[in-house]
Design a protein around this ligand. Structure first.
Ligand SMILES: Nc1ncnc2c1ncn2[C@@H]1O[C@H](COP(=O)(O)OP(=O)(O)OP(=O)(O)O)[C@@H](O)[C@H]1O
Ligand SMILES: [Mg+2]
Length: 212
């Protein structure tokens, strides 16, 4: 018995963490055993790297950034995701490797083919069964993200939030391009209504994917 891996992607403020929590609740209510994880994070090494990666006051070269995300990802895959899938659990992960392709590739300009090779090194055969891409207007997403971090101090405004609109426009376009290239894995969920509506759309996508 193997479980299902569902990743949730999108730019800052798209509603990933909100959807991850509510989707996990709903899947548990329908009888699944679900592990909710976040990336980078959800392991001791991953959470330490998360703190470093979020801190907008620490300068990192783009390739350093990519390696650190892949390192956190490898820890998550080997220590949490694979064991859970082997036990038949479902795994909902808030961001996964498409974020690195979109941010470090489309955002920072690193070679996308190189990044895909890095994902394969970090994840091996562990690829999402389904990816939900929450697609939000960049300005709306950024203002939602900023309303969350406002007042939490300088390090709370993370390095990607600080990049501003033009950077996030490229990242958003990157996500949409990845989705066009892998339509069987990735479902684009337009974020137009409230969180409950978005969660309902995600649940429909999950049902369509796994009902057969
Ligand atoms: N569909 C929605 N409509 C209105 N507000 C929303 C919606 N989804 C989430 N929010 C709110 O927007 C803010 C950002 O949501 P959330 O933290 O889930 O986004 P995120 O994608 O995880 O952001 P980040 O990339 O910064 O972690 C929160 O205050 C959340 O309550
Ligand atoms: Mg979040």
């Amino acid at each position: 018995m193997t479980g299902k891996l569902i990743s949730i992607e999108g730019i800052e403020g798209a509603g990933k963490s909100t959807v991850a929590a509510r989707l996990t609740d709903r899947l548990r209510q329908s009888g699944h055993s679900v592990l909710e994880l976040r990336e980078p994070g959800s392991t001791p090494v991953g959470e330490t790297l998360r703190t470093l990666l979020k801190d907008g006051t620490i300068r990192l070269a783009p390739l350093t950034e990519a390696f650190l995300f892949e390192a956190a990802r490898h820890e998550l895959v080997v220590r949490r995701i694979r064991p859970a899938l082997t036990e038949g659990q479902w795994v909902v992960v808030d961001r996964f490797y498409d974020s690195t392709t979109a941010y470090q590739g489309w955002g920072r300009g690193l070679d996308v083919e190189m990044l895909c090779r890095m994902h394969r090194d970090a994840c091996g055969e562990t690829v999402p069964d389904l990816t939900l891409l929450l697609d939000i207007d960049t300005a709306v997403g950024l203002s939602r993200a900023r309303s969350v971090t406002r007042g939490q101090g300088e390090t709370a405004r993370d390095r990607f939030e600080q990049e501003g609109i033009a950077f996030l426009e490229r990242v958003r376009e990157g996500f949409l391009s990845i989705a066009r290239a892998e339509p069987n894995r990735i479902v684009v969920i337009p974020v137009t209504g409230d969180a409950e509506m978005v969660v309902e759309c995600c649940l429909r996508a999950v049902e369509e994917k796994f009902s057969s």
